[in-house]
Design a protein around this ligand. Structure first.
Ligand SMILES: [Zn+2]
Length: 459
């Protein structure tokens, strides 16, 4: 216990120091107190005081969005929520959040905690931080080097979770919805929609084989990657019916009609992308479990937007510059952004800076990701030009030629300054910047170059 007391005191002191020196230490602020506490007491997560009820949000894509929707809705309804939303989702980040949530007598000041948990941290977290509810968005291909195959991640989560937590699972993901089959479970999903098709739109679908008998699955709806509805012709396994189900999507009036319990309920549509409709449905399923009334959920959602920290819009001389950050190395996430941007109406020019910083050991993985991402979505007539930046720009250029994009629409440059040579700003043509998370440090430089190109252009 002495170790724990030392760890708690050290963590509290470091937290206080970071609070005072905030701007200087900002970068380490979310890891450091928890990291030090875990170094002093490796069982810190076991010993630290915790809220009575804990919700964990996990999955490959969408966990941050879902986590934020849940926390915002709860806070707007007066709940005091302990969370790691401004911090890290690995064990040291969770240790930091819990540490900051207790008083000096190790009593948690919160009744409810909502924690985003990185899938690979499951083994180190759930053993000591017992979740009452676990929301899983989906399990898909992530970085091959970090996460191997999604089935491997499935096994890690399966082994780590307790047998008595309530699972909130995506009915339309036949991998993640089979987690903890003997636990209480609530399925959420999207019901049949007019545009549904069984045709694969993506190159990648990691769930093609029946998780029960290993025969080939037949999909009758495929929305993106492995998200859809399937049946196994051999053993009869089918996608489960959703308990909380978005039945109708009214894009015009931005309303989702969901079946929650029995009666249909209308909720404001927070975002019109399919993956965010799944996230919103997941949030409703969880909030319903926590006992929040449908009216209160709808009211909270009415003032919310999907956290657009990864999106910004500028205008120079009447030309719109739309910037979106995407997660490199994660083909489904990057493909979803390509799909979304390519469907936006109007003429556009695209600037892509998607490679990871240039550490050569990552090169083989970068190539794998390049060929698994659906660059085919960018082969649209209203995408007038695509300029790719980076040391690996020629690889991306080749990939886009293989996607069938006419070569006269493509340009590449190794340096950010080089993009001015190729950018042709025109009235009525939006400029989209899509950049990798790891290139966020270069984003300002890209934006400055784009703005200068517009200023200097003869319009
Ligand atoms: Zn089967």
């Amino acid at each position: 216990m002495l170790k724990f007391i030392l760890a708690l005191c050290a963590g509290k002191c470091i937290s206080a120091a970071i609070h005072i020196l905030g701007p200087i230490l900002h970068k380490n602020g979310t890891h450091l107190p928890g990291n030090i506490a875990l170094k002093i007491d490796p069982l810190f997560l076991k010993h630290i005081g915790k809220p009575k009820t804990i919700v964990a949000v996990t999955g490959t894509n969408g966990k941050t969005t879902t986590n934020n929707l849940i926390i915002d809705a709860l806070e707007k309804n007066g709940y005091k929520v302990l969370s790691n939303r401004y911090g890290s989702n690995v064990n040291s980040g969770i240790a930091t959040a819990l540490l900051q949530g207790v008083n000096l007598f190790n009593r948690s000041k919160f009744k409810l905690g909502v924690l985003e948990v990185d899938e690979r941290s499951s083994l180190r977290v759930y053993k000591y931080v017992h979740p009452d509810y676990v929301v899983v968005t989906n399990l898909m291909r992530d970085s091959l080097m970090r996460n191997a195959h999604p089935q491997y991640i499935f096994d890690i989560i399966e082994q780590s979770l307790p047998d008595d937590c309530t699972m909130i699972l995506n009915a339309d993901d036949l991998l993640s919805n089979r987690l903890k089959l003997n636990n209480e479970r609530v399925y959420y999903g999207i019901g049949h929609q007019p545009g549904d098709s069984a045709e694969a739109r993506n190159l990648i679908n990691d769930v093609q084989i029946c998780p029960r008998c290993h025969s080939k699955l037949q999909y009758h709806v495929l929305r993106y990657n492995s998200i859809g509805r399937a049946v196994c012709p051999h053993c009869g396994l089918t996608s489960p019916e959703a308990d909380v189900c978005t039945m109708d999507i009214d894009y015009e009036n931005r309303v989702l009609t969901m079946k929650v319990s029995q009666a249909p309920v209308e909720f404001p549509m927070i975002s019109d992308s399919t993956f965010n409709i799944y996230n919103e449905t997941a949030a409703v399923a969880l909030l319903d479990q926590l006992g929040l009334s449908h009216d209160k959920i709808a009211e909270a959602f009415s003032t919310m937007k999907v956290v657009r920290s990864r999106y910004r819009e500028d205008k120079v001389r009447g030309i719109r510059i739309l910037s979106t950050m995407t997660k490199g190395w994660i083909a489904p996430a990057c493909s979803a952004v390509f799909d979304y941007v390519s469907k936006l109406p109007g003429e556009k020019e695209l600037i892509l800076y998607l490679e990871d910083p240039t550490d050569p050991i990552f090169y083989s993985e970068l190539l794998a990701y390049t060929f698994e991402t659906d660059f085919e979505f960018l082969n649209k007539d209203n995408i007038q030009r695509i300029i790719v930046i980076g040391k690996r720009a020629r690889d991306f250029h080749l990939r886009m030629l293989l996607a069938g994009i006419p070569k006269e629409r493509l340009a590449w440059t190794e340096t950010i300054e080089g993009l001015k040579r190729y950018l042709k700003p025109k009235y009525g043509v939006d400029i989209h910047i899509l950049y990798d998370l790891h290139q966020a440090i270069h984003y300002d430089q890209i934006l400055t170059n784009v703005k200068e190109a517009i200023e200097e252009a003869k319009l």
